[in-house]
Design a protein around this ligand. Structure first.
Ligand code: ADP
Length: 192
């Protein structure tokens, strides 16, 4: 299996690039943000719980997200690899993911981190908020809160994978196609 983590702050382009990467490499896309938004749209108990955190720019509790990922694996037992987008977001999530993959006798192949300046990120998110219908993208205070959470909790995930030499930064500014080409180059180097 080839299992990729696409890493980076809110608005760094993970969703956009994920769509292109899963097409090219035949990976199964696991976006915890998308799964949570689907739960909210379906008005499930999990969705209702998650919404209260998401609307404040906070993380959904680890056990909720990890349970969701575990169920996703059960649904996609035949996948030839996964692309993780927006997960893991905390050190305990990274440890849990290692364990779940270990049970499948596989592991993380690479962690690619999109690097984008905070100024550009705020611009992109406010822009996305105009059309996406995502309430967490329309309020600049909520956006700033998400960056604070990213810096305080999610950056620990990078340290987790730096230790194993799987972490690589990629420039996340420029055209979508140029960024995609940089990601593909990094993936191809690690696949062969
Ligand atoms: P973005 O990266 O643009 O913030 P996402 O769609 O990945 O967007 O996530 C939106 C929100 O969903 C996050 O702000 C957070 O509240 C929640 N969320 C998504 N993934 C996770 C996760 N792995 N752990 C905890 N909360 C999550």
């Amino acid at each position: 299996m080839f299992n990729l983590i696409l890493f980076g702050p809110p608005g760094s382009g993970k969703g956009t690039q994920s769509d292109k990467l899963v097409d090219k490499y035949g990976l199964k896309h696991l976006s915890t943000g998308n799964l949570l938004r689907q739960e909210i749209a379906d008005k499930t108990p999990l969705g209702l719980e998650a919404k209260s955190f998401i609307d404040k720019g906070q993380l959904v509790p680890d056990e909720v997200v990890i349970g969701m990922v575990d169920s996703f694996f059960d649904l996609h037992k035949d996948a030839k690899g996964f692309l993780f987008d927006g997960f893991p977001r905390t050190a305990p999530q990274a440890v849990a993911l290692d364990k779940l993959l270990d049970l499948k006798e596989t592991g993380i192949s690479a962690v690619l981190a999109l690097e984008v300046s905070e100024e550009e990120l705020v611009k992109r998110l406010l822009n996305r908020g105009k059309t996406s219908g995502r309430s967490d993208d329309t309020d600049e205070a909520v956006i700033r809160k998400r960056f604070a959470v990213y810096n305080s909790e999610t950056s620990a995930v990078a340290d987790h994978y730096k230790k194993s030499g799987k972490f690589q930064s990629v420039k996340g500014e420029g055209s979508i196609d140029d960024i995609f080409a940089s990601l593909c180059k990094a993936i191809d180097a690690r696949m062969h």
